[in-house]
Design a protein around this ligand. Structure first.
Ligand code: PLP
Length: 400
């Protein structure tokens, strides 16, 4: 069978690949500490599960409207007002099977052959691959650890050409944990004001996992700049903030024209997302966020622990993550060293070595466009974090 050339345009997500390799080793009876995970290790809060059980009993079992139930889209609008001070109407909201589908819908709605899409590195693995699948031309902008892995206005403007159609970023950022302040967003907004044809995808899926305030609040959205709002697409969802990755529920808040285009695409690919997850999502969005804040408090304690343990490993540099549940240390001083006869040439070699020899899984920075770093997730319990970091230290010390 000759498979489609579509497949050669993009890669399998490295994050999922590492999780798969870890599972394979565990299936052989090897105890692997998983610090590659991209999801909260907490369970979905009880009140949300109860809402789902009720929805099953009430027979919410039919096809749903393609963009999502109206009362869910109204709940999304209430959330955007409550948490972000933003005004949206249900016609501007499309609910999808995870934020990943939301991003795919938007890119397929906006990009044409050779349109340029600017992505600051390090970036979430799927941005570039979905863009390529959508026939866009990816333009990476390299950000540095010295700037906290945040793009400066000069770097942004330097990458803009007359073909630039789209810009995408996440704040809080996966994999670096960088969070843009209002002032930093305003500086980027000032650049976008000069280029009215560029649409902006603002991925805010880690909104609540923000360590600026103990209660997880304080998130700043670039959509707060009213004059830009008609070309901003907010991506969000329930996966990270409500520990609901498996429920697959994401959404966009966008100009109505883009929402309509996404609805058209989604109508042919998947239709409306799962009815039970949608009913539960209304409860999640309308309820107090106390379970979310409890989870964030725990992530914050783990973050301190990871940083403390990383300090004990020589020749590693990192910036403190202000959000999300990852740390992205620079490990390049270990490249060129040897494990037995095997040379560790790059981040991928190092991650494979740590997995196969130290039995701890992390993700290579290559996957995120930054080859000098690896991503360590602290979405795992304290005991595993301590054990995982101990293994990383021992593994790195064993290199010669
Ligand atoms: N955006 C970012 C930055 C992510 O890290 C992820 C998941 O890892 C997603 C989007 C996709 O989330 P979902 O589970 O809603 O598809």
């Amino acid at each position: 069978m000759q498979l489609s050339s579509n497949l050669s345009r993009f890669n399998e997500p490295e994050t999922l690949k590492m999780a798969k390799l870890g599972r394979e080793l565990r299936a052989q009876g090897i105890d692997v500490v998983d610090l590659s995970v991209g999801e909260p290790d907490f369970n979905t809060p009880e009140h949300i599960k109860d809402a789902a059980k009720k929805a099953i009993d009430e027979n919410w079992s039919h096809y749903t409207p393609v963009p999502g139930y109206l009362d869910l889209r109204e709940a999304v609008c209430r959330k955007l007002k409550r948490d972000n001070g933003l005004d949206y109407t249900p016609t501007q909201i499309v609910v999808s099977t995870g934020a990943k589908q939301s991003i795919a819908n938007v890119m397929l709605s906006i990009l044409d052959d050779d349109d340029e899409i600017i992505i600051p590195t390090p970036y979430w693995v799927s941005y570039s691959e979905i863009a390529r699948f959508g026939r866009g031309k990816v333009v990476f902008v390299h950000t540095t650890m010295e700037n906290g892995f945040k793009m400066t206005p000069e770097e942004l403007e330097g990458a803009i050409t007359d073909k630039t159609k789209l810009f995408i970023f996440s704040s809080p950022c996966n994999p670096t944990g960088a969070v843009y302040t209002k002032t930093e967003l305003e500086a980027l907004a000032n650049v976008f004001r000069k280029y009215p044809n560029i649409a902006i995808i603002s991925d805010e899926i880690y909104e609540y996992i923000d360590y600026a305030n103990d209660n997880g609040g304080g998130h700043q959205s670039i959509a707060q700049f009213d004059d830009l709002k008609d070309r901003i697409i907010i991506i969000n969802g329930l996966s990270k903030g409500f520990a609901m990755t498996g429920w697959r529920l994401g959404y966009i808040a966008a100009p109505a024209e883009i929402a309509k285009a996404c609805e058209k695409i989604q109508g042919q690919f998947t239709s409306g997302t799962n009815s039970i997850a949608q009913r539960a999502a209304i409860t999640a969005l309308d309820s107090p966020l106390s379970s979310t804040y409890e989870m964030v408090k725990e992530f914050k304690a783990r973050k301190q622990k990871v940083m403390e343990l990383l300090k004990e490993i020589p020749n590693i540099k990192y910036t403190e993550p202000d959000g999300a549940f990852y740390i992205f240390p620079e490990v390049k001083s270990y490249y060129g060293k040897k494990a037995g006869n095997e040379v560790i040439n790059n981040a991928s070699d190092l991650c494979m070595y740590l997995l196969n020899t130290a039995h701890v899984s992390t993700v290579s920075g290559d996957a995120f466009g930054e080859p000098s770093c690896i991503r360590i997730s602290f979405a795992n319990n304290m005991k595993n974090i301590e054990e995982g970091l101990k293994r990383i230290k021992k593994g790195l010390e064993a290199l010669s």
